[in-house]
Design a protein around this ligand. Structure first.
Ligand SMILES: Cc1ncc(COP(=O)(O)O)c(C=O)c1O
Length: 404
């Protein structure tokens, strides 16, 4: 008998590498593809302030189990928006900025993308090359007809290629959406300088493009929340309209709570209620009411000065560990004289590091050393620690020497 499912074909999984690992290395896998933060012991980091907020909710008479409004927790949305735009943001004061609670970074991009297609009828989106692989799926499934990439990484120098990025955006059709990482670019760790952001702003304005910022690691690029929001705030100050997707998964360690916020910035307050009603429609058909748990915890922290200071201290701990392990890896390359130029990788920021390894070297690394990195040649520093950093450096060294 035939099956309803007999037309179903497999799709490539959204996982970085499926190559087999030799038996010898099976027990020695170093996974450097993980997007979640891990401590130096390889454990998840439960932020003390998050635990404290959680216990307070557990003790409160109603906890946080009731339905939230469809657009989410009002104080959460408000505090998330202030975090990215700044407490004194003119856009907030003029009521032309609003937060919409969505589902983590992925779901926030998805809700925003659906709005852009269904309500604004935009159909072309530009994504950085390389990017976090899920972005293609998100924009495709949201109904974008044309998904293009703009240059970002110069493979030869392993530095950011803003000149080529601007050339690519210069020929983008008007009203294309441009997805921009505000800080700690995933997966290269490369961010434009302030003067480069100004050049990027110019082309976006000149070509009438729509910026869709991702702010998924605020505080982890420079160690400072305001510095990491500089590009977004500059674009707002220069009067551009935009979407800003915020994820609180990594910055609060709330991976499974799906905490995300979409900040909408418009030129005037005229259309804000219409925008909110359209988002009600987008979100109600996806999840009805967003999850309360993580949003309540984030709200408690961001609206209490003492808790916020504790949270900033934990962010600093994460920032410093990532910086430290990045520096250690680079020092090993220097020490063992790995062919190539490595010192400038210190300029990369946040969770990721771009190695410049090619696909043959990546496969060699996995098959011979059990070290798994992303297929873009980038790696997540999360899985790197004082125990394995020398091993990883020597493995990369071998891959580079064997397959130059
Ligand atoms: C750049 C980037 N980082 C991270 C993520 C995943 O974020 P989250 O785990 O908050 O859904 C995505 C999802 O598309 C992304 O595009």
């Amino acid at each position: 008998m035939s099956s309803f499912f007999d037309c179903v074909v497999s799709l490539d999984a959204d996982s970085p590498l499926n190559d087999s690992i030799s038996d010898e290395n099976e027990n020695h896998v170093v996974d450097l593809t993980l997007e979640a933060y891990r401590t130096d012991d390889g454990q998840p980091f439960i932020l003390p302030v998050v635990r404290e907020a959680l216990l307070e909710y557990a003790k409160s008479p109603y906890g946080c189990h009731d339905y939230l409004p469809i657009l989410g927790h009002v104080l959460f949305r408000d505090s998330a928006m202030k975090l990215v735009l700044g407490e004194d943001s003119r856009a907030i004061k003029e009521n032309r900025a609003a937060g919409i609670q969505c589902l983590s970074g992925t779901g926030t991009l998805r809700s925003g993308a659906e709005f852009l297609v269904q309500v604004l009828h935009l159909d072309t989106v530009y994504i950085s090359n390389p990017t976090c692989h899920t972005q293609f799926r998100i924009f495709e499934k949201s109904g974008f007809k044309s998904i293009k990439t703009y240059s970002y990484l110069d493979q030869m120098s392993q530095s950011i290629d803003v000149t080529q990025m601007i050339r690519d955006l210069e020929i983008a059709p008007e009203k294309s959406v441009v997805v921009l990482s505000a800080c700690a670019h995933n997966p290269t760790g490369l961010d434009p300088s302030r003067s480069q952001w100004k050049e990027i702003f110019q082309v976006i304005k000149r070509r009438n493009l729509f910026p869709f910022f991702t702010v998924f690691d605020q505080g982890l690029a420079s160690g400072d929340l305001d510095d990491d929001a500089w590009a977004v705030r500059y674009f707002v100050k220069m009067d551009l309209e935009m979407f800003i997707a915020q994820s609180m998964t990594r910055t609060f360690g709330l991976y499974s709570s799906l905490v995300g916020n979409l900040t909408v910035v418009a030129r005037t307050s005229t259309f804000m209620s219409q925008i909110a009603s359209q988002f009600t429609c987008v979100n109600v058909s996806k999840f009805s009411n967003p999850p309360a748990h993580g949003a309540c915890i984030v709200k408690s922290i961001l609206t209490n000065q003492d808790l916020k200071i504790q949270w900033k201290n934990s962010l600093k701990t994460i920032y410093e560990r990532l910086k430290d392990v990045r520096d250690k890896l680079i020092s090993w390359f220097e020490k063992i004289k790995t062919p190539g130029h490595w010192i400038h990788l210190k300029q990369q920021k946040g969770l990721f590091l771009s190695t410049g390894l090619n696909s043959i070297q990546i496969t060699y690394l996995l098959n011979n050393y059990g070290v798994r990195i992303l297929d873009s040649g980038c790696l997540s520093l999360s899985g790197l620690n004082t125990q394995n950093v020398e091993y990883v450096a020597r493995a990369i060294d071998a891959a580079v020497r064997q397959l130059q």
